[in-house]
Design a protein around this ligand. Structure first.
Ligand code: KIV
Length: 277
């Protein structure tokens, strides 16, 4: 296991041309596994609301949900740089409220930084949170919390719309963010933004020209079966293995081969039990 990354070493990785890896995690076990694998950063994404809690979108995620899951992951991955999503509604009302909630997530969750969605429209908010001392990771392009405004889960920044995405990226950097997620934008645009910014860019559906990549734990390991986005790759189908494992368990219980003697406690003799029947 390497040394825990910081905002400074993550920036150094960009400067050195070393790709940054990020994966989402939502509980203690996932945190331990992600850290054991050697990932550079972990994101407690508000995708928890979909892949763990079964909702159709991330909008219902609350402060309590994000803090609850962050606390578990931090315990499992104490040596990994951890970022937590600010849930929808926790930073849009005012910069003051956003600072209050960012500090709460960091203090109660124990993460190293927070992430929030938006570009030019969130410049003042990012500035306020970073001025208060909480590192912020931006998130532009497809912003899942506001897909109702975007008209659904659609690739952003195509054609003339590329200029707006670039302006958003520049605003996030200007505001003081230490890193930015670029979600579902054309590869050429993600590459251009990555070259223009001095902070690391982390792509998801942004091609190979970003400074790093992020994937959702459940998507990359076959644990979420509702849909698999085009930008995703299933690296190992653990979901299939889990089903097979449970099926073996069912078979062994039904045919009485489980629990076997080695899974059974002793410590009482026939004499002890005489008269108890
Ligand atoms: O919530 C999440 O998992 C995310 C990633 C897709 C970047 O924001």
């Amino acid at each position: 296991m390497g040394k825990k990354k910081t905002t400074l070493t993550l920036k150094q990785m960009k400067e050195d041309g070393e790709k940054i890896t990020m994966v989402t995690s939502y509980d203690y076990a996932m945190g331990t596994l992600a850290e054991k694998a050697g990932v550079d950063t972990i994101l407690i994404g508000d995708s928890v609301q979909m892949v763990v809690l079964g909702d159709e979108c991330t909008v219902p995620a609350t402060m309590e949900t994000m803090i609850h899951h962050t606390r578990a992951v931090v315990k499992g991955a104490p040596n990994t740089f951890i970022i937590t999503d600010m849930p929808f509604g926790s930073y849009q009302v005012s910069a003051e409220k956003a600072v209050e909630n960012a500090i709460r997530i960091q203090k109660e969750g124990g993460c190293d930084a927070v992430k929030l969605e938006g570009g030019v429209n969130m410049e003042h908010v990012i500035k306020a949170i970073t001025s208060a001392g909480v590192p912020v990771c931006g998130h532009i392009g497809l912003t899942p919390q506001t897909t109702a405004m975007l008209g659904g889960y659609r690739v952003q920044g195509k054609g003339e719309a590329a200029k707006k995405v670039l302006e958003d990226a520049l605003a996030v950097e200007r505001a003081g963010a230490f890193m930015i997620v670029l979600e579902c934008i054309p590869g050429e645009l993600a590459t251009l933004i990555s070259q223009k910014l001095t902070i690391p860019t982390i792509g998801i559906g942004g091609g190979n020209g970003t400074d790093g990549q992020v994937l959702v734990f459940h998507d990359m390991l076959g644990l979420f079966d509702k849909f698999s986005p085009k930008h995703n790759k299933v690296f190992k189908n653990i979901g299939k293995e889990i089903v097979e494992g449970i099926q073996e368990y069912i078979t062994e219980v039904k045919d009485r081969s489980f629990p076997a003697p080695e899974n059974t406690f002793g410590g009482v003799s026939k004499d002890d039990l005489d008269g108890l029947y």
